[in-house]
Design a protein around this ligand. Sequence first.
Ligand code: DX5
Length: 222
Amino acid sequence: TRPTLIAPSVLPADFSKLGEEVAALEAAGVDLIQWDVMDGQFVPNLTFGPDVIASARSHSTLPFEAHLMVYTPDVMAKNYIDAGCSRLIVHAEACTHLHRTLGNINELGATGAVALNPATPASAIEHVLDLIDMVLVMTVNPGFGGQAYIPTMEPKIAEVQRMLEAAGRADDVHIEVDGGIGPDTIAGAASAGANVLIAGSALFRDPEGLEHAVTDLRARAE
Ligand code: DX5
């Protein structure tokens, strides 16, 4: 079985002290760091590129993954890996040649993952299960933090789990969820099959601090 991993989206972090924020997240017990890369085209919002991620690399020993909400993930894939990301998450909706894009990521030495927007069927990943180590089922429409969790994604998470089992890949491929994950929603996502749980505002918003938020979310997910 896959481990339960709790990870932050750094979108709500204080960008004026990103290195300290990443170190504080590691100290609070998160398992990896997710960087929400937005190009202002695939999603309305615009965030940061590989140089910002590289600036934070030396402030944490945790794995970095880049969630590439961008139209052209092939163009900069190597830059994100050189910046210190060991996993690149590309959107099925942005990739005309998804099989080739994932093959390229693997050849560059990183692992590849596919993100599915809420309207995109799980079948979109049916023919690339051998090229990925994670599926990201978006539980909001991407672009902004602080949005409401979409509970109708839970049957889709369960469908991805069934696809992985049928393909004999259930132990090798993580199921990640991202968007609106917090104390009231994490159990539903986890019981549907998600084992990597991304939280942005729920982590940074917790009045009892990051460590409490991470511990509480982990307890609710397991
Ligand atoms: C949405 C991003 C999510 C978001 C999560 O486009 O991909 O990572 O920042 O933020 P919360 O947890 O606040 O929904």
